[in-house]
Design a protein around this ligand. Sequence first.
Ligand SMILES: [Zn+2]
Length: 578
Amino acid sequence: MRISACTNFLLLAPILCLLSCAEKKEEITPDGAAVIPADLVMINGGIYTVDADRNWAQAVAILDGVIMAVGDNSEIESMTGPETRTIDLAGKMALPGFHDAHVHPTMGGYALLGCDLEGLDSVGSIISKVTLCAGEADEGWLEGHAFDLGLFGQDGPHKSLLDAIDTKRPVVLWGSDGHNAWANSRALELVGITADTMDPALGVIERDPDGSPSGTLRETAQELVRVKLPALTLESNVEALRTGIRHLNSVGITSFIDAWVGLEDYQSYQVIDQSGDLTARVVTSLTYESGFAKHYGDDFEQVLASRGQYESERINHDSVKFFLDGVLEGETAALLEPYVGMHGHRGELILSPEQLDEAVTRFDSMGLQVHMHAIGDRAVRAGLDAIESARKQNGATDNRHHISHLQLIHVDDIERFAALETAANFQATWAYPDQWIMELNLPVVGEERVQGMYPVGSVKRAGGRIVGGSDWNVSSANPLEAMETAVRRQDALKETGPVLNQGERVGLAGMIDAYTINAAWLMHQEDSTGSIEIGKKADFVVLDRNLFEIPATEINEAQVSLTLLDGEVVFVGSGPVN
Ligand SMILES: [Zn+2]
């Protein structure tokens, strides 16, 4: 009671607190009013508030996890008392805590706890790591996570590379894109995938010329292996999720959208929340029934109907995820014009436009947010069409739908994001000409479509709301890496390099918006997070340098010194502030 009364009051009059806050030690001002000193103040900073005028401030005061004042040092220091903790930012930059609008924290956590292949940039380094992970054991599945498919050609990696490792264990490596698995011969044998095995619906078993499986399993073909693995337990899911969330806090993230959940994830979040250490605000997107349902056997409708019992102040499950298509690598993304040299093949939509329209209209009428995976321009159009159709039937709602990935958007659809109030959820770390694009995508879509990829600048100029998502552990969770890539359209980890359509570059301020206030809006949190303003939650990230005062090539090198949620420190980096 005390907290809410105090919080409400703070919205109206930030400093003075009357009877309801009596337990706090009051001080008396010269005019006789009772002043509650701040719990915490941060001074001497470069505080980028992301308020409506994008003001800067020097200091903030926090009481009961809420921002009670934003100003200069002298204003804020007058709000301290004997018990107030002071953090001297020593000129460092503070921003609203980052919001990641598309991330997979449990998968990322499993990768961190297991055989993590993220970021390994040669076949040799992957094989060395897997050899190390295989160790001495001679039985039991070995899973590796997040290998880079871009290192392999159009046919994907071959089982013989894994067979050469001196182990008897069945090995399966999951691609960082979530759409491709790589298995050794022992794994294929155990699962029973042979030359006679048919491709499953919406899946591909890559094959050698003699028809035998080559080791690469695409889309739903991955499930042939996944179902044979030891079942994950609630305990292991919770450990992975905790690990994932800690990692997100370490890169300054305080709010995120978990982009692919099932009932087990509802349960994991609840366990962590009830233990009092859920250190982020979360929206989750329950996967709609399709070839990519996260957990086979769960009844989607039942799980959806049960979501309320798993929600809390920090957890909101009012979002449903659709996969509209696959990916360009593997030619499963749905295109308006055919793939190059593939006899008119345009990829398939996972749901027909009619099915999609009907489902989106229904969820929209239920007050749910729809979160869509769309890579190809035909999938993006189908997604926008479905939202338009829901609009026509339901009228305007406040559900704040969004489309993630957006590798190709037809030029006629660019303006529709603004018109339909649909957020454009870009994974900006992908927006440079890497091996995926140049070696896997270019041959199948051609130069013109490559130049149009990830049109962040065009959507923004057309008034669309850009939100930022990492898709970790598909790619790095670090928002600064995504911001730098969006600003430069070059590999953020290199000083120079080829540029992917410089006309699509956007400014740093726009990308900070994408990772703060815009994503806060998407999460229905813009009244409480996303900017540093009186009455909002005290969620902050403190960086070791001011992003606006360094060359763009250094943005991703900035280090997180501190992350705070509700005024509590949830991550301390190396070389922390005092
Ligand atoms: Zn994803």
